[in-house]
Design a protein around this ligand. Sequence first.
Ligand SMILES: Nc1nc2c(ncn2[C@@H]2O[C@H](COP(=O)(O)OP(=O)(O)OP(=O)(O)O)[C@@H](O)[C@H]2O)c(=O)[nH]1
Ligand SMILES: [Mg+2]
Ligand SMILES: [Zn+2]
Length: 307
Amino acid sequence: MQGLVLKSTGSWYDVKLENGERISARIRGKFRLEGLKVTNPIAAGDQVEMEKDKDDNFVIHQILPRKNYIIRKSVNLSKQYHILAANLDQAILVVSATHPKTFSEFIDRFLLTATAYHIPAVLVFNKVDLYGAEEKQQLQEWIDIYSAAGYNCRRASAKSGEGVGEIKELLRGKISMLSGHSGVGKSTLINSIDSNLNLKTAAISDMHEQGKHTTTFAEMHELIFGGYVIDTPGIKGLGLADMKKEELCRYFPEFLKFSSQCKFHNCVHINEPGCAVKQATINGEIREERYNSYVHMYNEDDEQYRS
Ligand SMILES: Nc1nc2c(ncn2[C@@H]2O[C@H](COP(=O)(O)OP(=O)(O)OP(=O)(O)O)[C@@H](O)[C@H]2O)c(=O)[nH]1
Ligand SMILES: [Mg+2]
Ligand SMILES: [Zn+2]
């Protein structure tokens, strides 16, 4: 019997059967992920094979091959990873310029991760109803930078409804994951797109302008107009799991146009002579912010990477 995992809360999994019925299942056996230690072997979006045990409980005994998956470092256990979701058509990062503010470095890491896992990434700049002059300038800058890098950028306000129709079209018929810091409005956006869903939301704290981690488990919701959306808990950061630092530059799409012209074929665009990527940055063909962000990630603590 086959099913689609909607939610994993630890030892139990909510699974939708092919007949539409929603059941709880446990897992049996060990599931591994390409040598990485993971805290949850099965994630929302997984297609699984199940059978019934002698007590008539559903037991998952196999994961069907994944089209893709996205992971982050586990919050407490430094060498462990958490699978956020599997089998995605797109990963949407919800960003806000204020209440709470998202930093560009976080955006760049998210895009890098999604790109490395071959998942199309979209940026949704939410809460535009709150933006003053400074935030509007930041928004325009972000849109310039990330559109030039080849990413789809959308502005939205779950409050005023601006841009919500476009995001609905973006989600129609697809499996999408929404990520971003706690409090940027992921659950509120989903509620405004499909009023049948009534996801829990909460005001951010006045003191620190941070979200309250209202959504605690990634959960996949079926959209009334077709498609699925996975609402996820707010994240602080994404690990660069699974990657060697020399590979990072492959996942900056705007570098690729130039990197074939570098003097050395294995150029990582840091200190090599005759580097076309560096030259393109000087010429303004690659945004300096993105190049600097790349150098920053490259020079980070080597602990980040798998050797
Ligand atoms: N002004 C304004 N407020 C918004 C908007 N979108 C969401 N909010 C508010 O922001 C707060 C946080 O929204 P949530 O939807 O709970 O945020 P979340 O991203 O799901 O947060 P976590 O579940 O904690 O990760 C709520 O008070 C929402 O009403 C928006 O576009 N404009
Ligand atoms: Mg939420
Ligand atoms: Zn180079």
